[in-house]
Write a protein that binds this ligand. Structure first.
Ligand code: SAH
Length: 464
């Protein structure tokens, strides 16, 4: 091990920063966050750095560095672009046995700055010993995505009960088991879902020795339109902790693979006409599994609240007192539009956008056609393939121009994405000619021409 990681308590200690530019500012911010008293020395000190030092009660010394500047300092940072000066600061500090960091010069450092994931009071530091700082930053980025931003609150919760639990369980093994249960069970779930009061209530119960009442929970999670990269961090986290997964046809296999390996998987997909599992049975199944104490993931394509019947599912859960969380997903309209190069709104072309179900109940009568024909609005039809001839005909009959640009996007955001553009009048022909099939999204409006303007090419963004 080249460097021993230590966490440095700098609160109230004086730290010397030599340098007055951007890099000195960056380091100074970190030091000020850690409560250090700054002493910044440089002939020229940029405004933001001045403000930071003055605002945090530090000292500005506007002149060249002198060795006496080190007096009384517990840590020294050299952040100038003058190499001989940096080397001088380093050797002065080392002679006095004070830790020193020279930015971008590992050989001159006795201490180095790690890449930091800050979930205070939980802090993770990653270092490559100065050899490959970019690699350390990439690892940090991975950790950032993996550790929920609310993790710090979990540590805060533990801190409030730490002494009490220590008194209760003097034995270290018992204490460890207690906290493992807290951090991996429903108490942590509640806290990470932002329900701190409930987490605290459960922890009080646990401390008081009541058998933990841990009903199951349902996670209603939007899986996005297909590309796994479009999942949210929270979706991924819940996918990896659920005991059972109920998913439907729109959820791409690549996404399903990201669920916990040993989770039970239940397909409840629906085809358009034949509802494989009727909605009320799905609702009942969610309730039943949760009552067995399971963490149930209801994974849905796109966003659960956009043509996803998520509202019906949570109504049933609420009626049965089952805790649940809803995690939004990227809906097909946003995903497909972005991956097809069609901005849904645009200053010059469309001031509004409507998401419409194209699943016509009985023929033509159930859409407010007159509202849909105004200019400057983009229409996005979900489930519009079967009713497409009627949709196009009605829009034209009610006054939308037959030349209105329109697009079909099949399996948007996946590597199988296909996009066809034409006009309102020839969309049905495009469907037949190219054998377009579900899931396909229909976009109608002037914004579709932007795809040509942007010289978009297929595969520009697909990742799967
Ligand atoms: N809750 C989903 C929509 C479910 S309705 C969401 O927010 O996206 C199902 C319809 O969504 C499909 O008929 C199709 O019109 C559209 N759709 C969903 N995923 C799609 C995709 N990857 N490409 C194109 N259309 C898609």
């Amino acid at each position: 091990m080249e460097f021993l990681p230590l966490f440095h308590n700098l609160r109230g200690s004086r730290v010397l920063v030599v340098g007055g530019g951007e890099i000195a500012l960056r380091k100074s911010r970190l030091l000020a966050d850690a409560g250090a008293l700054l002493r910044v020395v440089a002939p020229l000190i940029e405004d933001q750095l001045r403000e930071l030092v003055q605002g945090s009660g530090g000292e500005l010394i506007v002149r060249g560095y002198q060795e006496a500047d080190l007096d009384g300092c517990t840590l020294i940072i050299a952040a100038t672009d003058d190499e001989p000066l940096n080397a001088q600061v380093s050797s002065d500090a080392r002679r006095r046995c004070v830790p020193v960091n020279v930015v971008d010069a590992p050989a001159l450092c006795s201490v180095i700055f790690p890449a930091i994931v800050d979930r205070s009071p939980l802090v993770i530091a990653v270092s490559s010993g100065g050899d490959a700082p970019v690699l350390a930053r990439l690892i940090r980025a991975k950790l950032e995505t993996w550790i929920p931003s609310t993790y710090g609150q979990l540590a805060g919760l533990a801190a409030r009960f730490r002494a009490q639990v220590k008194g209760l369980y003097p034995d270290v093994q018992q204490r460890r088991a207690f906290w493992e249960e807290v951090f991996q069970g429903p108490i942590a779930d509640r806290q990470l879902a932002g329900q701190g009061d409930e987490a605290e209530r459960l922890l009080v119960e646990k401390v008081n020795g009541k058998p933990p009442h841990a009903p199951g929970e349902v996670y209603l999670v939007g899986a996005g339109p297909g590309d796994p990269d479009l999942l949210t961090f929270r979706a991924l986290r819940l996918m990896q902790q659920a005991d059972v997964v109920l998913y439907d046809r729109l959820v791409a296999p690549a996404i399903l693979e990201l669920c916990r390996r040993d989770a039970e998987r239940v397909y409840v997909g629906k085809r358009r006409a034949d509802h494989a599992v009727p909605q009320d049975q799905i609702n009942q199944q969610l309730v039943k599994l949760a009552k067995q104490g399971k963490r149930v993931l209801r994974l849905k394509g796109g966003d659960p609240f956009i043509f996803g019947r998520g509202g019906e599912e949570i109504e049933e859960l609420a009626a049965n007192g089952i805790p649940f969380q809803v995690v939004p997903g990227i809906t097909a309209a946003s995903g497909c539009a972005a991956y097809a190069g069609i901005p849904l709104t645009h200053r010059d072309y469309a001031q509004s956008v409507r998401f419409i179900t194209g699943h016509l109940k009985d023929g033509t009568s159930d859409l407010p056609w007159n509202d849909l024909v105004g200019p400057s609005q983009t229409l996005v039809f979900y489930m519009g393939l079967i009713g497409l001839p009627i949709i196009c005909e009605q829009l034209i009959r009610h006054g939308r121009s037959a030349d209105t640009p329109a697009a079909l996007i099949q399996q948007g955001t996946t590597s199988n994405q296909r996009v066809f553009t034409g006009t309102l009048a020839d969309l049905p022909r495009l469907v037949a000619e190219h054998e377009v099939h579900a899931p396909t999204l229909v976009i109608v409006g002037e914004v579709v021409v932007l795809r040509e303007k942007l010289k978009w090419f297929e595969g520009a963004q697909s990742q799967v």
